[in-house]
Design a protein around this ligand. Structure first.
Ligand code: GAR
Length: 217
Protein backbone atom coordinates (compact mmCIF):
# COMPACT_ATOMS: atom_id res chain seq x y z
CA UNK A 1 0.00 0.00 0.00
CA UNK A 2 1.06 3.57 -0.69
CA UNK A 3 0.12 6.42 1.59
CA UNK A 4 0.38 10.20 1.93
CA UNK A 5 0.87 12.28 5.08
CA UNK A 6 -0.68 15.76 5.19
CA UNK A 7 1.00 18.41 7.35
CA UNK A 8 0.94 22.15 7.99
CA UNK A 9 3.81 22.68 10.41
CA UNK A 10 6.65 21.25 12.44
CA UNK A 11 6.06 17.63 11.47
CA UNK A 12 7.15 15.80 14.63
CA UNK A 13 4.38 13.26 14.01
CA UNK A 14 5.50 12.96 10.42
CA UNK A 15 9.00 12.18 11.73
CA UNK A 16 7.60 9.44 13.98
CA UNK A 17 5.86 7.95 10.92
CA UNK A 18 9.01 8.18 8.77
CA UNK A 19 10.94 6.36 11.53
CA UNK A 20 8.26 3.67 11.88
CA UNK A 21 8.32 3.03 8.13
CA UNK A 22 12.13 2.82 8.19
CA UNK A 23 12.01 0.33 11.04
CA UNK A 24 9.43 -1.70 9.14
CA UNK A 25 6.84 -1.27 11.91
CA UNK A 26 4.59 0.21 9.21
CA UNK A 27 4.70 -2.05 6.17
CA UNK A 28 3.58 0.49 3.58
CA UNK A 29 5.28 3.03 1.37
CA UNK A 30 5.16 6.67 2.44
CA UNK A 31 4.96 8.00 -1.11
CA UNK A 32 4.01 11.65 -0.65
CA UNK A 33 3.99 14.45 1.95
CA UNK A 34 1.46 17.18 1.25
CA UNK A 35 1.65 20.59 2.95
CA UNK A 36 -0.76 23.50 3.03
CA UNK A 37 2.09 25.78 4.20
CA UNK A 38 5.20 26.49 2.17
CA UNK A 39 7.42 27.09 5.21
CA UNK A 40 6.34 23.94 7.10
CA UNK A 41 9.43 22.36 8.69
CA UNK A 42 7.86 18.95 8.01
CA UNK A 43 8.63 19.45 4.30
CA UNK A 44 12.34 19.52 5.17
CA UNK A 45 12.00 16.33 7.18
CA UNK A 46 10.38 14.65 4.15
CA UNK A 47 13.08 15.90 1.78
CA UNK A 48 15.79 14.64 4.13
CA UNK A 49 14.13 11.23 4.11
CA UNK A 50 13.96 11.24 0.30
CA UNK A 51 10.16 11.43 0.19
CA UNK A 52 8.33 13.30 -2.56
CA UNK A 53 6.72 16.55 -1.33
CA UNK A 54 3.89 18.70 -2.55
CA UNK A 55 2.91 22.20 -1.46
CA UNK A 56 -0.47 23.37 -2.66
CA UNK A 57 -1.04 27.07 -1.95
CA UNK A 58 -4.53 27.80 -0.59
CA UNK A 59 -4.46 31.39 -1.89
CA UNK A 60 -4.53 30.12 -5.46
CA UNK A 61 -7.95 28.53 -5.09
CA UNK A 62 -11.37 30.13 -4.98
CA UNK A 63 -12.76 27.73 -2.39
CA UNK A 64 -11.94 24.67 -0.29
CA UNK A 65 -13.40 22.22 -2.75
CA UNK A 66 -11.30 23.43 -5.67
CA UNK A 67 -8.24 23.17 -3.40
CA UNK A 68 -9.14 19.61 -2.42
CA UNK A 69 -9.81 18.72 -6.06
CA UNK A 70 -6.27 19.78 -6.95
CA UNK A 71 -4.81 17.70 -4.13
CA UNK A 72 -6.88 14.70 -5.24
CA UNK A 73 -5.44 14.91 -8.75
CA UNK A 74 -1.95 14.46 -7.26
CA UNK A 75 -3.09 11.62 -5.01
CA UNK A 76 -4.50 9.82 -8.00
CA UNK A 77 -1.24 10.27 -9.94
CA UNK A 78 0.68 8.84 -7.00
CA UNK A 79 -1.77 5.93 -6.55
CA UNK A 80 -2.31 6.77 -2.90
CA UNK A 81 -4.29 4.12 -1.01
CA UNK A 82 -4.77 5.96 2.28
CA UNK A 83 -3.98 9.27 3.98
CA UNK A 84 -2.72 10.33 7.41
CA UNK A 85 -3.40 13.84 8.71
CA UNK A 86 -0.54 14.76 11.05
CA UNK A 87 -1.06 18.35 12.15
CA UNK A 88 -2.91 19.30 8.95
CA UNK A 89 -4.69 22.54 9.82
CA UNK A 90 -7.36 22.49 7.13
CA UNK A 91 -10.75 20.87 7.22
CA UNK A 92 -11.25 18.41 4.37
CA UNK A 93 -14.38 18.94 2.31
CA UNK A 94 -17.03 16.16 2.17
CA UNK A 95 -16.11 15.91 -1.53
CA UNK A 96 -12.61 14.83 -0.53
CA UNK A 97 -13.61 12.58 2.38
CA UNK A 98 -16.02 10.63 0.13
CA UNK A 99 -13.09 9.67 -2.12
CA UNK A 100 -11.31 7.94 0.76
CA UNK A 101 -14.01 6.43 2.98
CA UNK A 102 -12.46 5.02 6.19
CA UNK A 103 -9.09 5.56 4.57
CA UNK A 104 -8.14 8.87 6.22
CA UNK A 105 -6.60 8.78 9.70
CA UNK A 106 -6.24 11.89 11.90
CA UNK A 107 -4.36 12.61 15.13
CA UNK A 108 -5.93 15.08 17.55
CA UNK A 109 -4.33 16.42 20.77
CA UNK A 110 -7.22 15.79 23.19
CA UNK A 111 -9.50 13.02 24.35
CA UNK A 112 -12.28 13.42 21.80
CA UNK A 113 -15.09 14.37 21.90
CA UNK A 114 -13.65 16.95 24.31
CA UNK A 115 -11.83 19.96 22.88
CA UNK A 116 -12.31 19.67 19.14
CA UNK A 117 -10.69 22.24 16.86
CA UNK A 118 -7.28 23.81 16.44
CA UNK A 119 -6.62 25.02 20.01
CA UNK A 120 -7.30 21.74 21.86
CA UNK A 121 -4.28 21.83 24.20
CA UNK A 122 -4.84 25.43 25.29
CA UNK A 123 -8.57 24.79 25.68
CA UNK A 124 -7.98 21.79 27.98
CA UNK A 125 -5.62 23.85 30.15
CA UNK A 126 -7.99 26.80 30.31
CA UNK A 127 -10.92 24.58 31.21
CA UNK A 128 -8.94 23.09 34.08
CA UNK A 129 -9.49 19.42 33.28
CA UNK A 130 -7.22 17.07 35.23
CA UNK A 131 -6.84 14.52 32.45
CA UNK A 132 -6.32 14.98 28.73
CA UNK A 133 -4.59 12.99 26.00
CA UNK A 134 -4.54 12.21 22.31
CA UNK A 135 -6.92 10.51 19.91
CA UNK A 136 -6.36 8.80 16.59
CA UNK A 137 -9.53 8.41 14.54
CA UNK A 138 -10.87 7.83 11.06
CA UNK A 139 -12.01 11.01 9.38
CA UNK A 140 -15.64 11.43 8.43
CA UNK A 141 -17.50 14.46 7.15
CA UNK A 142 -17.70 16.21 10.53
CA UNK A 143 -14.69 17.84 12.22
CA UNK A 144 -12.78 15.68 14.76
CA UNK A 145 -15.65 13.22 14.79
CA UNK A 146 -15.05 9.86 13.06
CA UNK A 147 -14.66 6.41 14.69
CA UNK A 148 -11.85 6.24 17.26
CA UNK A 149 -8.91 3.90 16.64
CA UNK A 150 -6.68 4.56 19.67
CA UNK A 151 -6.79 6.96 22.58
CA UNK A 152 -4.41 7.53 25.48
CA UNK A 153 -4.65 9.79 28.49
CA UNK A 154 -2.24 11.76 30.69
CA UNK A 155 -2.66 13.79 33.86
CA UNK A 156 -2.36 17.56 33.75
CA UNK A 157 -0.18 18.91 36.56
CA UNK A 158 -1.01 22.21 38.25
CA UNK A 159 2.26 23.69 36.99
CA UNK A 160 1.79 22.56 33.38
CA UNK A 161 1.98 25.29 30.74
CA UNK A 162 0.84 25.00 27.14
CA UNK A 163 4.45 24.13 26.22
CA UNK A 164 4.98 21.40 28.83
CA UNK A 165 1.58 19.87 28.14
CA UNK A 166 2.23 19.94 24.41
CA UNK A 167 5.49 18.05 24.97
CA UNK A 168 3.71 15.38 26.99
CA UNK A 169 0.97 15.01 24.39
CA UNK A 170 3.46 14.81 21.53
CA UNK A 171 5.18 11.92 23.29
CA UNK A 172 1.86 10.03 23.35
CA UNK A 173 1.07 10.96 19.78
CA UNK A 174 4.39 9.70 18.48
CA UNK A 175 3.50 6.29 19.87
CA UNK A 176 -0.22 5.93 19.09
CA UNK A 177 -0.19 7.42 15.58
CA UNK A 178 2.40 4.99 14.11
CA UNK A 179 0.71 2.15 16.03
CA UNK A 180 -2.68 3.02 14.49
CA UNK A 181 -1.18 3.14 11.00
CA UNK A 182 0.48 -0.22 11.62
CA UNK A 183 -2.86 -1.74 12.68
CA UNK A 184 -4.59 -0.28 9.62
CA UNK A 185 -1.94 -1.50 7.17
CA UNK A 186 -1.93 -4.94 8.78
CA UNK A 187 -5.69 -5.22 8.25
CA UNK A 188 -6.44 -5.33 11.97
CA UNK A 189 -9.02 -2.54 12.14
CA UNK A 190 -12.67 -3.34 11.62
CA UNK A 191 -15.08 -0.40 11.71
CA UNK A 192 -18.55 -1.19 13.09
CA UNK A 193 -20.54 2.04 13.12
CA UNK A 194 -18.76 4.32 15.58
CA UNK A 195 -16.71 1.49 17.04
CA UNK A 196 -13.37 0.26 15.77
CA UNK A 197 -12.55 -3.31 16.65
CA UNK A 198 -8.88 -4.30 16.83
CA UNK A 199 -8.65 -7.81 15.41
CA UNK A 200 -6.20 -10.44 16.62
CA UNK A 201 -6.06 -11.96 13.17
CA UNK A 202 -5.57 -9.63 10.20
CA UNK A 203 -8.06 -9.26 7.37
CA UNK A 204 -6.74 -8.88 3.88
CA UNK A 205 -6.04 -5.18 3.23
CA UNK A 206 -7.03 -3.90 -0.15
CA UNK A 207 -5.49 -1.18 -2.23
CA UNK A 208 -7.72 1.67 -3.16
CA UNK A 209 -8.78 2.55 -6.68
CA UNK A 210 -9.65 6.18 -6.43
CA UNK A 211 -12.49 6.74 -8.87
CA UNK A 212 -11.67 10.34 -9.46
CA UNK A 213 -11.41 11.02 -13.14
CA UNK A 214 -15.04 11.65 -13.94
CA UNK A 215 -15.70 14.29 -11.30
CA UNK A 216 -12.41 16.03 -10.78
CA UNK A 217 -12.33 17.27 -14.38
C1 GAR B 1 -0.18 17.62 16.85
O1 GAR B 1 -0.20 17.79 18.25
C2 GAR B 1 -1.55 17.23 16.34
O2 GAR B 1 -2.28 16.45 17.24
C3 GAR B 1 -2.19 18.58 16.17
O3 GAR B 1 -1.18 19.39 15.61
C4 GAR B 1 0.07 18.97 16.15
C5 GAR B 1 1.07 18.85 15.02
O4 GAR B 1 2.37 18.69 15.53
N1 GAR B 1 -3.35 18.53 15.32
C6 GAR B 1 -4.43 19.28 15.50
O5 GAR B 1 -4.52 20.10 16.39
C7 GAR B 1 -5.54 19.02 14.51
N2 GAR B 1 -6.74 19.67 14.94
P1 GAR B 1 3.54 18.21 14.58
O6 GAR B 1 3.51 19.12 13.34
O7 GAR B 1 4.79 18.39 15.39
O8 GAR B 1 3.28 16.77 14.20
Amino acid sequence: MRFAVFISGYGSNLQAIIDAVKQNQIKAELALVVSSKKEAYGLKRAEQAGIKTLFVDPVEFANRQSYDRQVLIHLKEEKIDFIVLAGYMRILTPFFVKKYPKRIINIHPSLLPSFRGVTAIKDALTYGVKITGATVHFVDEKMDHGPIILQESIKIALEDTKETLEQKIHKLEHRILPKSIELFVDGRLKVRGRKVEILEKPQKTSTHNVELAKDIG
